[in-house]
Ligand binder design. Structure first.
Ligand SMILES: *Cc1c(COP(=O)(O)O)cnc(C)c1O
Length: 396
């Protein structure tokens, strides 16, 4: 091994370990359901993004298996050679119906989508206004485009208006985009899309909403843009197929011209092998299920509200989430990590999230209730929260 690489790796790993920032990865034996088995211990799982429980859905497993039988395990090529299967076309037509747009294109992951679409549309003569709490994949996608990146204070519409005006009036940029998460995953707050659309119209901004945590959750399942009835006003609706949809992959939905362009310009579409047949078929089925019934969506919200009410009446600070995402804000980083560890020892898997993922002093244990949790599981989790909360003096 290169001596320089060896030194680099060792010094980085040691630094992280010395500062308590080295993440030990838990291994789940078996499926990622409402209860998980971690190193032999059964735990109530409040840390997955499997909002609707679809990751383990019997119908989805069945259609995935039959697609493997009919189409094989791999797509065999990138989409532009001969990796575009009938299953992909069916998926994309279904996604467009689901999102209320003319067309959609699927990618291998949500992360990949942001790499693909931002770079395809924006370049070094442009500027991107980006909410300061946007997801890492948006930040990386923006960097890859080589556009000027202008940070906007979180959900601050005055700041957005001011910076949009400056960027447009400077005459320095050919195009200006505003990009935001639809639902912010750390606090569960929702982007102010109606005001964003108004400002975008005033300054002819391109609008891009990453709805990874909104799809399946907001707008009766169809997402944050649909929730506000703005399908015709948001230029790029991006979403993931790995969270509420329960499988893997991502998509961009918009006009036919936008999608036609992404299919010739988005590099992960051109240079990375297409989604597998089993995944593709399962995703299409999941989206059809969401369009046919809001039962899972309704149960998700019911469980989310139940957990929130429970934690709040125990005296915990649950922030100001507008979605089922339920942060339990502890504050101090060390206490937050101890809290999460104690929850796990008592039977609840809920991850601590601390600086630098969130601001210093706002460490939290983040809870992600799903449609597949039972009331008994949530009651059990609440009683464990009460016990650990008292023990660590977080509640009295
Ligand atoms: C999870 C997430 C992604 C990445 O999606 P994957 O399908 O897991 O790659 C992108 N954007 C946001 C806001 C996310 O939360």
């Amino acid at each position: 091994m290169s001596k320089i690489l060896d030194e680099f790796l060792k010094s980085n790993l040691n630094d992280l370990k010395d500062n308590g920032l080295y993440n030990e990865i838990n291994v789940v034996s078996g499926a990622n359901g409402a209860v998980i088995n971690v190193e032999g211990q059964e735990l109530i799982n409040l840390s997955s993004n499997n909002y609707l429980g679809l990751a383990t859905n019997e119908k989805l497993k069945e259609v995935a298996k039959s697609a493997v039988d009919s189409h094989g395990v791999g797509a065999g090529a990138v989409r532009t050679i001969n990796g575009t299967l009938d299953l992909h076309v069916e998926l994309e037509e279904t996604l467009a119906r689901f999102k209320g747009t003319e067309a959609a294109v699927a990618f291998q992951s949500g992360f990949n989508c942001n790499m693909a679409a931002i770079q395809a549309v924006m370049n070094k003569e442009d500027a991107i206004l980006s909410d300061e709490l946007n997801h890492a994949s948006i930040i990386d996608g923006c960097r890859l485009s080589r556009a000027k990146i202008i940070r906007v204070n979180h959900s601050d519409m005055d700041d957005l208006r001011k910076k949009a005006k400056e960027a447009v009036e400077s005459g320095l940029y050919k195009k200006v985009m505003y990009i935001t998460d639809g639902v912010f995953s750390m606090d569960g707050d929702v982007a102010k899309l109606p005001e964003i659309v108004e400002i975008a119209k005033e300054f002819d901004l391109i609008t891009y909403v990453d709805d990874a945590h909104g799809s399946g959750v907001m707008g009766k399942g169809a997402g944050t843009v649909k929730h506000f009835g703005l399908e015709k006003d948001i230029d790029l609706q991006m979403g993931t197929l790995s969270k509420a949809i329960g499988v893997v992959g991502g998509y961009v939905a918009g006009t036919q011209d936008l999608i036609d362009y992404l299919k010739v310009a988005a590099r992960p579409f051109l240079f990375s092998t297409a989604l597998t047949p089993g995944d593709t078929r399962a995703i299409t089925e999941a989206v059809n299920m969401l369009m046919a019934s809001t039962e899972l969506h309704d149960r998700l919200w019911e469980n989310g509200n139940y957990l929130k009410d429970g934690l709040k009446s125990l005296g915990f600070n649950i922030g100001s989430s507008e979605t089922p995402i339920t942060p339990c804000i502890i504050g101090d980083e060390k206490t937050t990590q101890t809290f999460s560890r104690r929850l796990m020892e008592e039977g609840v898997y809920a991850k601590s999230i601390v600086f630098p993922t969130v601001a210093r002093g706002t460490g939290r244990v983040r809870n992600m209730p799903t449609a597949s949790h039972t009331k008994e599981m949530l009651d059990e989790a609440l009683s464990i929260y009460e016990k650990v909360g008292r023990e660590l003096n977080v509640i009295s």
